[in-house]
Write a protein that binds this ligand. Sequence first.
Ligand SMILES: Cc1cc2nc3c(=O)[nH]c(=O)nc-3n(C[C@H](O)[C@H](O)[C@H](O)COP(=O)(O)O)c2cc1C
Length: 397
Amino acid sequence: MTAPAQDAASKPALFSPITLRGVTAKNRILISPMCQYSADDGVANDWHLVHLGKFAQGGAGTVMVEATAIAPEGRITHGDLGLWNDEQLPPLKRIAAFLRANGSVPAIQLAHAGRKASMQRPWYGNAALTPDDAARGDQPWRIVAPSPIPMDDGWLKPHELTQADLTQMLEDWRRATLRAVSAGYDLLEVHCAHGYLLHEFLSPLSNLRNDQYGGDRAGRMRFPLQVIETVRAAWPKDKPLFVRVSSVDGLDGGIVLEDSVAFAQEAKTRGVDVIDCSSGGLMGSATAARIPRGYSFQVPFASEIRKQANIATMAVGLILHPQQAEDVLAEGHADIVAIGREVLFDPNWPLHAELSLTDGGATETFENWPKQYGWWLERREPGLRKLDGPALPFRKS
Ligand SMILES: Cc1cc2nc3c(=O)[nH]c(=O)nc-3n(C[C@H](O)[C@H](O)[C@H](O)COP(=O)(O)O)c2cc1C
């Protein structure tokens, strides 16, 4: 896959379509999965519909539903989404239909939280569940991991997964994938990052097993790769599969980039189309800073994995400015850009990015807006440009 470059006459790279297998997204912007901790018994509700729906209205090529647990004990918190039973299907189906009807590829991330399960929702502390949480109804539950090592002092000690547990878990991944198909999703991502279960298998710091699932890199990759094989077999051949990795642990003795390149190569041979290149999270929350953070700080991981494993990548992390996102693509570091917190700040980020990367001419730019908005804005624009006062927000000229 070649990186889209922008020449003077063409569209910005960020707004060139991308086709993966049988699925085409209208642009290279993907809304990064972001847990809302707002589900009951894993069931999505109107919050999720509006939260995700507004990103489709805001012009994103792809909108990815947050980490959705394949089993109840694989939730991070009591508020996580799940796909372990059929009651969880209808609201997720409604969300997929809305996203598609409003121009976005509906995507979903499947996950198991491993030893980072049974946590407080962030606004109640973001740590292991306490008696106060239990009093509110959020009881802790039995958690599992490759090895019985808690994430940190004060965290629950996980039970070591047996071979029988792992066999059952593959079945859980398979069934959740089939439900994602029934719910109408066109893109699926396997969460192997941020210190959750599959990352715990990959990292030598959290996987001390001495069976076939531990030891050297090949052993540590075995279970995550079995999950990928299982998911790929259940996921339609004409739909793309993404894998999110923590490209590096940023901890002594942890995963380094070479490990993630090797994992990406193996994932590619098993039918993974894109590696989503995040980092960190093995100890502490996914947002705990172990790796120095600055604009585009994870882009070098996407760039190296893309080059060395010869696979398409997605860049994510502190990409805020439209020109910054454009440069990531035009310079060939990644094929897709994921935007997370900045769309919480501005759900119309993709539409605004298009305005700011083009000349801001009303007739070209508002045609991509929902007609319910664009029709009015297009007619307002020429008058606005004649007004005295500061430059118009988001417009280039
Ligand atoms: C509220 C919130 C929830 C998140 N939930 C998930 C998640 O479900 N799955 C995941 O892989 N990453 C999750 N992340 C990480 C984001 O997808 C993204 O990688 C991270 O925020 C960095 O990108 P940004 O700087 O554009 O926000 C979450 C981040 C936030 C802020």
